[in-house]
Design a protein around this ligand. Structure first.
Ligand code: CA
Length: 246
């Protein structure tokens, strides 16, 4: 699925110097975009900028960058929406850039799979340091980096490979089913309400008639696909869903 997942190549200093890693910056404030591009280009990066969400999406699909920097408030398609579309397509680090300070946005961004979050105004030095850290993490062997898979009982979910296994056997899940399962697994036993799941997975997509029953239908399919062993960890409360060992 993610044909341009983070490269797992050995990291040597000479290698790092020789490689120009590609970064796409989606930022509509021209001066800031120029500043970021200038600063990052002085390092070893090849930087390309887009000024709105739609062209950002096109650019990312075309360039297949090693890292993406996404502003949240963007014309045409905002950064969170773009993140929602991109996250299932690529495993490369995505960093959110925003003037919004509210805790909700931060949580939403991270839940949608952003790797890091920087609040404006920030120093270019800080941005560079965080980009370096994300690229190091992406290049490091999986076991040294962040959690890329979670197991619970017989259920095992690998976020990087987009793979789900029950008792060692692969189960094919549709993207939305996988996204729901991932959110639940990452919520660590916390109950997520139907409304919350709807908001996080479907966002403000009004092209289809969707409501909380859509969530229930997806969960029902998910349970069926996971079978008895896998579905044991997916529990229903009056309020929503959670995963935990019963
Ligand atoms: Ca903006």
């Amino acid at each position: 699925m993610s044909q341009w997942r983070a490269r797992r190549r050995p990291v040597h200093n000479s290698d790092m110097l020789a490689t120009k890693e590609k970064i796409v910056v989606v930022e509509d404030e021209k001066d800031l975009a120029r500043l970021i591009r200038h600063a990052l280009a002085k390092e070893r990066f090849r930087v390309t900028c887009a000024a709105d969400g739609e062209s950002g999406l096109k650019l990312v699909r075309e360039i297949k960058p090693d890292l993406i920097v996404l502003d949240i408030m963007l014309p045409k398609m905002d950064g969170l929406e773009l993140l929602r579309v991109l996250r299932p397509e690529t495993a490369v680090p995505i960093m959110m850039l925003t003037a919004k300070r509210s805790e909700m946005d931060r949580i939403l961004g991270l839940k949608l799979g952003a790797d890091d979050y920087i609040v404006k105004p920030f120093s270019i030095g800080e941005l560079q340091a965080r980009i370096e850290r994300q690229l190091r993490r992406a290049a490091a062997p999986a076991e040294a980096g962040a959690k890329t898979s979670i197991s619970l009982g017989e259920l095992e979910v690998d976020f990087e490979r987009h793979e789900t296994k029950v008792a060692g056997k692969s189960v094919h899940l549709a993207p939305k089913e996988f996204a729901i399962l991932r959110l639940l697994m990452e919520s660590n036993g916390k109950v997520l309400s139907r409304d919350k799941l709807l908001e996080l997975i479907w966002g403000h997509d009004q092209s289809m008639e969707i409501d909380t029953r859509t969530v229930d239908q997806h969960i029902a399919r998910l349970r069926r696909k996971l079978g008895c062993e896998g579905a044991r960890v997916l529990t229903v409360t009056n309020f929503g869903y959670q995963v935990k060992m019963r």
